[in-house]
Design a protein around this ligand. Sequence first.
Ligand code: TRP
Length: 459
Amino acid sequence: MTSKRVSIHGQWSSRVAFILAATGSAVGLGNIWKFPYITGENGGGTFVLVYLVCIALIGIPIMMAEILIGRRGRQSPINTMATLAHEEQRSRGWVALGWMGVIAGFLILSYYSVIAGWALSYVFRTASGAFIGVTADGVSSLFGALVSDPERLLAWHTIFLVMTMIVVSRGVKHGLESAVRYMMPALLFLLLMTVAYSMTTGHFMQGLAFLFTPGKITGQAILIAMGHAFFTLSLGMGAIMVYGSYLPRGMSITQATFMIAIADTVVALLAGMAIFPIVFANGLEPAAGPGLIFKTLPLAFGHMEAGTLVGTSFFILLVFAAWTSAISLIEPAVAWLVENWGLSRINAAVWVGIVTWLLGLGTIFSFNIWEDKTWSIPFLFENKNFFDTLDFLTANVMLPLGGLFIAIFAAWLMRDSSTRDELNTRETVYRLWHFLVKYVTPVAVIIVFLNVIGVIHLK
Ligand code: TRP
């Protein structure tokens, strides 16, 4: 039984358009800002290894499941879940999965926009020549001055969010294609130039060793590595699902998924290779936290040939990468508002923009006036402020949970004939995928969760 539904929001113009948009969603702050700093905080090598295993065994199968579900349902994740649950004769309660995704999208975008605002401010910083010949202390104090000033953070957060809502209101299919087609290769090129600079620091091998030599790891770090696999591939909340709902039939989901996952992983590893040699060459702390790239990359740009140009372009492209990710975070909510409330895209974008903007205030204050307002949840985390809590709850709890339910729905509750028809691939590939989402993915997610709350002991 083939689904003949069409999306009321239109569809991608080609397979390449979909791959570009989904890659635009995947590659973002997660790769360049978050991956290096959480790798630094969690000890390097083993963390990277666990992350790569999670991409392969959990991320790729779940991405295929999300695209497949989205294309079959052809609506916002909330309505897609309602339609498919009905079609597969399952409980209507599955719409809760769509809802959790919409909430996660709001929460993530609220802090994503604040961090993207940092990148935006660094475009102008770098262009002004502020980093030429600067010292490590100088770069750190410039960063400290930025984040300790709520008004500046608010201004940049507002600008980035307005940029995002403008694209969202026009419909994600317009302009995204060309933005990603040219910006991604350019970002890759500048990242390679930064890696080339890092090779000249005399600490390149030390950086590589940090990234790739296994060491000790904690249960908490395993959870963070898995959570990041979801975050970096934009999985577990319906972003890729809604992009899948615009995908024409007959295009290979498997191939697209591999291309997206490989591009995403390459960018993250290159970012690590660019940043850690600079960390060691300047006696900086790998565990410096969310400020890591803003304390290291300016050193490279301040000392390399044509660094002002390279650095300015780099931060511009980083903003673009964040932009193409941010719009996917809110697309499930916007699609739902259009479908169920009959709002125009513009009105929907205004409303979600206002809510996200307000939520973002919490993250802004987490770096200054609320910095020390922390709390703990037994078994889960200790002493986290607003931003850290938001990050933990979304990336490490909501996304893996969303992914777990997506896997259960696709492999246990959808009929074999539905998934086989929608995936439309070679039988061996189908069988392998089905085995992974049916057993490996759910079991892995559950084990990591149980391990963190101490029910079982992986280590
Ligand atoms: N993947 C993006 C990044 O790495 C962030 C992102 C966009 C995201 N859409 C998402 C994360 C959906 C989780 C879910 O920067």
